[in-house]
Design a protein around this ligand. Structure first.
Ligand SMILES: C[S@@+](CC[C@H](N)C(=O)[O-])C[C@H]1O[C@@H](n2cnc3c(N)ncnc32)[C@H](O)[C@@H]1O
Length: 177
């Protein structure tokens, strides 16, 4: 392919590439694509909380060619990954020691992207957010709270804004349910 033609990979089509598939709706993937395409090659570390059978980890691995892809789930995940770039951890999203360890092992310079697609419970989402957003992300990082439950709505309107208002340069992108 000539160098002048951008090598754009479509996330919606990548989702179908290898079983298991990511459980993400096309409308989400289109939004992800919009945000992530400009930084696809710069991303060094992405962390998804809640990975089900691991399909989304395969998708992120193939989309971000230079990234370590960390995943966390309550349940064991059996995935074949020949790249060696996928790191899977078992545990709960509110285990702060575990979150710290994952960050230290997978992203010593901070995560570029964190996606919370886990319990969809407000209190858990808040606990995870404050630890990872505060301490484990690059200043330019993108934190995604996917399909926030009703219980996260007050949080989304107040604390997220307060954080940004305090001058933090990180980007928070929240997908509406
Ligand atoms: C919607 S699925 C994740 C789908 C995946 N992100 C994808 O796109 O294919 C949610 C996952 O979160 C996990 N989960 C729910 N609550 C959790 C918690 N408190 N800690 C860790 N994992 C949790 C579930 O086991 C489930 O696999």
């Amino acid at each position: 392919m000539p160098e002048s033609i951008p090598n754009i990979i479509s996330l919606p089509s990548l989702r179908e590439c290898a079983p298991p598939s990511a459980l993400k709706m096309p409308v989400y993937l289109e939004r992800y694509q919009r945000h992530f395409e400009p930084i696809r090659r710069q991303v060094r570390a992405i962390f998804e909380l809640g990975v089900h059978e691991g399909g989304s980890l395969l998708m992120w691995r193939d989309y971000f060619p230079n990234a370590i892809v960390a995943g966390l789930d309550f349940n064991p995940v059996n995935l074949t990954d020949s790249s060696g770039r996928i790191r899977i951890y078992q545990g709960s999203q509110d285990d702060l020691e575990l979150l710290d360890r994952i960050a230290a092992e997978c992203a010593p310079d901070g995560f570029d992207i964190v996606i919370d697609d886990c319990a969809h419970v407000g209190e858990l989402a808040k606990k995870t957010f404050w630890r990872l957003f505060d301490q484990c992300m690059k200043i330019s990082g993108i934190y995604v709270l996917e399909a926030p439950a009703a219980s996260t709505r007050p949080f989304r309107r107040t604390e997220f804004r307060q954080k940004n208002g305090a001058g933090y340069a990180g980007v928070v992108e929240i997908f509406a349910p």
